[in-house]
Design a protein around this ligand. Sequence first.
Ligand code: ZN
Length: 191
Amino acid sequence: MPPPIVHFNDPVLRKKGAKITVFDDALRRLAQDMIDAMHEARGIGLAAQQVGQAIQLCVADLRDTDGGFDWELDGAKPPLELFMPMTVVNPEISVVREPTTVYEEGCLSFPEIRGDVVRPDEVTVEYKDGHGTSHVLRCNGLFARCLQHEADHLNGILFIDRMDEATLKTIDAELKALKKRTREAAKKKAP
Ligand code: ZN
């Protein structure tokens, strides 16, 4: 069974992930569990913090989106089917190109809550896969947005941190209600 997804405001979501140095079966099993959880929740990305682990690991799968983005992986353009779902370890993101775009993002740790977030449109991501092999990915559009959102999670940054005051105001009541639900669920679990 896939691991449960942690909701806001669980403290693990604020923890910066530790760099991964061991690429073993346990890491690949965790990545697969996260992929299962992401698929079950119909998401396009999931970070380790969202299953309760503060490490530099996230997964993504954009095959089921409307596309509209471009990519170059290790100097070629393999079809998405060849490298998705993808396991991304220790990602380093650099911005290739402004301008930024606005998009209404969601997050599996914030069920049913969405809000506009401004991000650069094109980035380069240096990362390792589940076997420790290094890759360089250049991408734009929703692909770039997804990986920026997930890399933020690995540093304890949430999409609400990148929303402006006006957007936050529109979801304030929902955020408070979610916080309360998460707190009550934690109390129930505690001995
Ligand atoms: Zn998220």
